[in-house]
Design a protein around this ligand. Structure first.
Ligand SMILES: [Zn+2]
Ligand SMILES: [Zn+2]
Length: 262
């Protein structure tokens, strides 16, 4: 399988996943034009995208879905409550109803050659999910916008070869930073975003359970730096043999990252 983040962070998120036969995006949170450009940069045509799987209705995950779905006839997959919000925001207006596919959380579905498991995550949205995709016995996962690492997340993400994992903020930077008290409370809460420290300890668990590559994503522009996120998570893996074999990479904020093959 191939995994590549196209953009990542509070100003937009989208991840490309393909098994060579079926290609999908998880979210499309920047303009359709930006997604087209990032796909072109990795040699993928938007016409090759078979579906967009939505994690939740926040704008940094859905900004481009309407344009892409209308322009290329790409179906949109989301659970019922998220789909209701997409309709409310008029993001899926003028997309034929049959191209809006509603699934149930925590239930595996088959989409062409991919097995797709949307799993519930704690975040302040209607009904947010992460995703695990499996093909040919190999699994990859996208798990960002998570307030805490729940047992359900662990169950679904452990054992995946590649994991896009949130490392949103450094707690000290956030506490000392310019955000309001309420916003800090929201981000630090168990339905907010994952800190570098918590990401590091989960990364260690993942690495000990066979994950080969962890891509750190959804970094805050104000409350984190790429260097700090990388350093914190890499330090978390130090001193453990299997963990040391695991690569930790960064998802760039405004452009596509490395294409990971697993
Ligand atoms: Zn969100
Ligand atoms: Zn987000």
């Amino acid at each position: 399988m191939k995994v590549c983040t196209l953009v990542s962070g509070s100003s937009g998120n989208s991840t490309y996943i393909s098994d060579g036969t079926t290609s999908v995006l998880v979210d499309a949170g920047v303009t359709g034009k930006r997604i087209e450009a990032e796909l072109a940069a990795i040699g993928v045509s938007p016409t090759d995208i078979d579906a967009i799987f939505i994690t939740h209705e926040h704008v940094d995950h859905i900004a481009g879905i309407g344009v892409l779905a209308r322009r290329y006839g790409i179906p949109i997959f989301a659970n019922y409550r998220t789909m209701c919000w997409l309709k409310y925001y008029k993001k899926v207006e003028k997309i034929p109803e049959e191209r809006l596919v509603v699934f149930e959380n925590d239930t595996e579905l088959e989409f062409k050659t991919l097995k797709v498991r949307p799993f519930s995550i704690p975040h302040d949205a209607a009904d947010p999910v992460g995703y695990r995709f499996t093909s040919g016995g190999v699994s990859v996962a996208v798990s960002t916008d998570i307030g805490e690492v729940t047992d359900n997340i662990k169950r679904n993400v452990k054992g995946c070869a590649v994991v896009v994992l949130e490392a949103n903020h450094d707690v000290e930077m956030l506490k000392k930073g310019p955000y309001t008290y309420l916003l800090k409370k929201r981000i630090l809460g168990d339905h907010g975003h994952l800190s570098n420290d918590v990401s590091a300890s989960f990364a260690r668990e993942l690495a000990e359970n066979g994950t080969e590559t962890i891509i750190l994503g959804h970094l805050s522009a104000e409350n984190n730096t790429p260097e700090l996120a990388l350093k914190t998570v890499r330090q978390g893996l130090e001193g453990q043999e299997t963990a040391c074999a695991c690569r930790v990479l960064l998802a760039p904020r405004h452009s596509h990252g490395e294409i990971i093959t697993c």
